[in-house]
Design a protein around this ligand. Structure first.
Ligand code: NAD
Ligand code: MG
Length: 393
């Protein structure tokens, strides 16, 4: 029996994981569940899965959560510190499925304690990868990739000395064939409508800009310990081949599977074993064609920004991630246009000084400064377009 702590249980990855947990009651028991704000959904999940504790980041939601779980014997807690405490409880595996850098403190707490972590929360690794992998090396905590591409690589990876190159595939997102001019006018609704995967809003927008693939290159760099020039991206619209490893002898091993997150989640939850999943089986005869093309960095500049941040290292990935989180939220709030996401990230990167964070406190400071700068730019942009609108009237 594996005891699981699920961070971000109310999200898309959390739902897929709990679906697998419910199908395998003899294998998994839930120690703790956490959520950001949605206390109703958290209480529902807690009633269904009976964890020892349910914790919510939003402190204002605690009374409602407590009331919703009254009489169940399930302990409740709230606030960022409570999430860190929950992630530090004894368990066999922590699923890190919070979205954004907000997930870093609890993930790091689990890693420092030595608990194996099934990692979906790529932003945590992007902004503090060196600290996280150093903590994992000290404690012996395994980092098991949940991100489908990284999970694919993990499944076919031998000793890294034998690896020439790894390739992450990208669906290309909903705007793969659109021009820049067309992309300037797309709505949040169009951007979150992913052609092959069903995911949370933030990662869906990241997939549409290809920032997601850029964040994933940085994630792969930390997970697999290769050089940046050994990491590549290939656009593959069918999303059936998830990752490829080329070995020094010219052999290429790839992992294939249906575009259903329950496959990599099941792999990470059950590792080193495998469990059955109810996903639709991959049928290549039905799939027919598998297409591949190089990514277009002119139409998708976010990918190039992330590649440059990876090559430069230091604080650049953290700045990139923080600016992107603000930009994506602003786009979803209709404050900026789709193509302004990458422009905003680029402007923040240009404005922030280069440095190499040596501690978690420094990572938080860099993240906070980059966010503040990005918000300033969003506010300025809003004021300008408001003034322009008034002039037109
Ligand atoms: P989601 O938006 O559906 O869910 C996010 C979860 O995090 C929710 O439980 C939410 O309550 C919680 N949360 C949000 N803000 C929080 C905060 N400030 N403090 C604490 N909790 C907070 O996101 P998702 O699509 O499930 O993605 C989760 C992570 O997994 C992301 O890092 C994403 O990049 C990664 N990922 C997702 C998929 C996918 O298919 N959805 C695939 C690969 C990787
Ligand atoms: Mg992915």
């Amino acid at each position: 029996m594996k005891r699981l702590i699920l961070l971000g249980a109310t999200g898309s990855v959390g739902a897929s994981a709990l679906d697998l947990v419910a199908r395998n009651p003899d294998r998994f028991a839930v120690e703790a569940l956490t959520a950001g704000q949605d206390w109703r959904r958290l209480a529902e999940l807690a009633r269904a899965h009976r964890p020892a504790v349910a914790a919510i980041a939003d402190e204002a939601a605690l009374p409602a959560l407590r009331e919703a779980l009254a009489g169940t014997g399930i302990a409740t807690a709230a606030g960022a510190a409570a999430l860190v405490e929950v992630a530090s409880r004894p368990a066999d595996l922590v699923l890190a499925a919070i979205v954004g850098a907000a997930g870093l403190p609890p993930v790091l707490a689990a890693v420092e304690r030595g608990t194996p972590v099934a990692l979906a929360n790529k932003e945590a690794l992007v902004c503090a990868g060196a600290l996280m992998t150093a903590a994992a090396a000290r404690s012996g905590a395994a980092l098991l990739p949940v991100d489908s591409e990284h999970n694919a690589i993990f499944q076919v990876l031998e000793a890294k000395e034998r690896v020439a190159r790894i390739t992450l595939t990208a669906s290309g997102g909903p705007f793969r064939t659109r021009s820049l001019a067309e992309m300037a006018r797309v709505t949040p609704e169009e951007a979150v409508r992913h052609p092959t995967w069903s995911m949370g809003a933030k990662i869906s927008v990241d997939s549409a800009t290809l920032m997601n693939k850029g964040l994933e290159l940085i994630e792969a760099f930390h997970l697999f310990g290769l050089r940046p020039d050994q990491l590549g991206v290939l656009v593959h619209p069918q999303s059936l081949v998830h990752g490829l490893v080329e070995y020094v002898d010219g052999s290429v091993l790839a992992q294939l599977g249906p575009a259903d997150m329950r496959v990599p989640i099941a792999h990470a939850l059950a590792w080193p074993e495998r469990i059955a999943t109810p996903v639709e089986r991959l049928c290549l005869a039905t799939a027919g064609r598998l297409e591949f093309e190089a990514p277009d960095r002119a139409r998708f500049p976010a990918l190039a920004l992330a590649e440059a941040a990876l090559a430069e290292g230091g604080c650049r990935p953290c700045v990139l991630n923080a600016a992107n989180e603000v930009a994506v939220a602003a786009f979803l709030d209709r404050c900026i246009g789709f193509t302004e996401i990458a422009a905003l990230v680029e402007a923040v990167l240009a404005a922030q000084p280069r440095c190499a964070p040596a501690s978690l406190a420094e990572v938080y400071a860099i993240d906070a400064e980059a966010r503040a700068r990005a918000r300033q730019l969003v506010a300025g942009r809003r004021a300008r377009s408001f003034a322009a609108h008034r002039q037109r009237r």
